[in-house]
Design a protein around this ligand. Structure first.
Ligand SMILES: [Zn+2]
Length: 585
């Protein structure tokens, strides 16, 4: 029986203040206010997305209407509480100002406000994303906010407090919600996993919490997606792949190689990272974050600012003590510079390589041989191992856990191979060539239709707009995937690992490994296709998503075997080969 994992964010939405994670101070204050009956007419809940603003607003509305409240919490059993739980209460109104932000929307709200509640004591109006109201809507709302009827309470929520007019701010009691800490998020995810019977690895939860960037809702939805892809298991490796994150390992290695001034192996390392589908700039910015974490791990004072599991913390500390602060600062600065120039750069890989070379050139105290006024003392870029060993002599002694010698290319490769053992069907050549053949057949009629005006009219331009090749397609695909909102993190990460290919002038294909992923891709099809049509200036571009089963992608050994395998999948192939008198050798 297949289990459904896509519900955590809703299922684990807290029903009372005591269950809200990470906002203790604030929920206590609210409970006390309710218990003592000291309620304001308007509250403003500020804070990043997904930290519980709307949830707390709903709990608040329920608690103040409860007929038998206890210490500021609702009883959960009275008629009002049941109405809330079943979503049929007339005492709570939610308005999303992001989509209902006109003067008319506000007018209809202020009219509603005039009717007193029929059951219960208060009508609570929750206005989400209140900064999205237009100025005229704001002004229309101001009067009601100033003198609301005694039975009305407004709860305004916003992620952008600074965008609110002072006249609004001064009329509200303001509550600032905290960004969720990684530890709190991990602990909460663990509880969810335990009650759902999902196997989890701590490092995976930590990664998810970091990616969610302080938002519990995002954390839960990423968790759901990783669990769903992993059939109920949340492993570090799967999370890395689903979130398109590079393992810590690469950054540790890059820093070690930099200190050994080992440019050749740094270049090999970067190449491996790029081959894994990561953007070179992403690697440099990840390296910047790693250096920042190293800096934080050097000092007991800043150690709590390091959001990694405890066993990994130790590794950071071990690498950090081998480095001078000067080196870390300089390397951070270089990584940052790369980020500043990266977007405009025409050769992005070159930018990344240059940055790594410059970091590898830094002296023990972070002296930059290219930046000083005096004669530069530049280290040879491609040194022999013997010379490297000599250069390392004056470095502090290194703990045994770290590799002392520069990694050989095979070592680097070995690490990369271990990272992710999942088969990558989209790289399977057999799967792809079958598709090409099948596609050539099925697309034939549309192609003819598409090409007809060209032949007849002799027009020089494509009828659908600009012709699209795999390179442009791949580029726009990545841009689109990178621009997707955080709630689509898992699918966007998947997309970054896919290689779309044109299989006809207007249709491209992406291969996925499970029907589940295909389903998710098809849900996004409208969005993807619309964006790509605009980006590629071709209004007929369409997407085809094909599931390529992992077992079909074993590497065929001889041309004969390849042919047999292809034939098994497509019976027309033999005919095709005969007709054209093809042979393989
Ligand atoms: Zn109640």
């Amino acid at each position: 029986m297949e289990k459904q994992y896509l519900v955590s964010a809703r299922k684990y939405r807290p029903a009372k203040f005591d269950d809200v994670v990470g906002q203790e101070a604030l929920t206590t204050t609210l409970k006390n206010a309710i218990a003592s009956g000291k309620l304001a007419h308007a509250y403003l809940f500020c804070g990043p997305r997904g930290v519980g603003k709307t949830t707390c607003a709903r709990i608040f509305a329920k608690n103040i209407n409860c007929l038998n409240p206890h210490n500021g919490e609702a009883c959960g059993e009275c008629e009002s509480c049941r109405a809330f739980a079943e979503g049929r209460s007339f005492n709570i109104y939610e308005l999303d100002a992001a989509s209902n932000n006109s003067v008319e929307d506000i007018r209809s709200l202020t009219e509603q406000v005039l009717t007193p509640p029929q059951i219960g004591r208060y009508k609570v109006y929750i206005i989400d994303e209140v900064h999205m109201l237009t100025t005229s809507a704001f002004n229309a709302f101001l009067k009601t906010l100033e003198e609301p009827p005694s039975y009305v309470i407004f709860i305004l929520a916003t992620t952008e407090k600074h965008k609110l007019l002072p006249t609004i701010l001064s009329r509200c009691q303001i509550y600032d919600f905290n960004r969720m800490e990684v530890g709190e998020t991990v602990a909460h995810l663990k509880r969810v996993a335990a009650s759902e019977g999902i196997e989890v690895e701590d490092e995976a939860l930590n990664l998810i919490a970091r990616k969610a960037d302080g938002g519990m809702r995002d954390a839960l939805s990423i968790f759901d997606q990783v669990a769903s892809y992993g059939n109920g298991r949340v492993t570090y490796e799967a999370a890395l792949a689903d979130l398109n994150v590079l393992a810590y390992e690469y950054y540790f290695k890059a820093v070690d190689l930099s200190r050994q001034h080992d440019v050749p192996h740094l270049m090999v390392l970067l190449d491996e990272v790029i081959k894994k589908g990561f953007d070179p700039g992403q690697f440099i910015s990840g390296l910047g974050d790693h250096l920042r974490d190293l800096l934080m791990s050097r000092d007991q004072v800043t150690l709590p600012l390091l959001d990694v599991p405890d066993d990994v913390k130790q590794r950071y500390h071990e690498q950090a003590v081998k480095l001078s602060q000067g080196f870390i600062y300089s390397a951070m600065r270089l990584a940052n510079q790369c980020g500043l120039h990266y977007k405009q750069s025409r050769n992005k890989r070159f930018q990344a390589e240059l940055t790594l070379i410059m970091i590898a050139q830094l002296g023990d105290e972070g002296e930059d041989p290219y930046a000083g006024r005096g004669p530069a003392e530049i280290k040879p870029l491609f040194t022999t191992p013997g010379r490297q060993a000599a250069q390392q002599d004056n470095q502090p002694a290194q703990p045994t856990v770290q590799p002392q010698q520069p990694a050989t290319p095979t070592e680097v490769k070995a690490t990369v191979r271990q990272e992710h053992q999942k088969p990558k069907p989209q790289q399977g050549r057999i799967g792809f060539s079958i598709k090409k053949y099948a596609a050539a057949e099925t697309q034939a009629s549309t192609q003819v239709a598409a090409e007809q005006p060209l032949a007849a009219g002799g027009a020089s331009s494509e009828p659908h707009g600009q012709p699209v090749d795999d390179t442009r397609l791949g580029y726009e695909w990545r841009l689109f995937a990178n621009s997707m909102p955080i709630e689509d993190k898992a699918i966007s990460a998947r997309m970054l690992n896919m290689t779309p290919r044109m299989i006809s002038p207007t249709v491209f294909e992406v291969n996925v490994d499970t029907p589940k992923v295909r389903e998710m891709m098809l849900e996004k099809r409208g969005e993807i296709v619309t964006a790509l049509r605009t980006a590629l200036s071709n209004h007929a571009i369409d997407m085809q998503v094909t599931v390529v089963e992992a077992q079909n992608v074993k590497v065929a050994i001889s041309p004969r075997e390849k042919f047999e395998e292809l034939k098994a999948k497509n019976s027309d192939l033999e005919e095709f080969v005969k007709t054209f008198g093809l042979r393989f050798d």
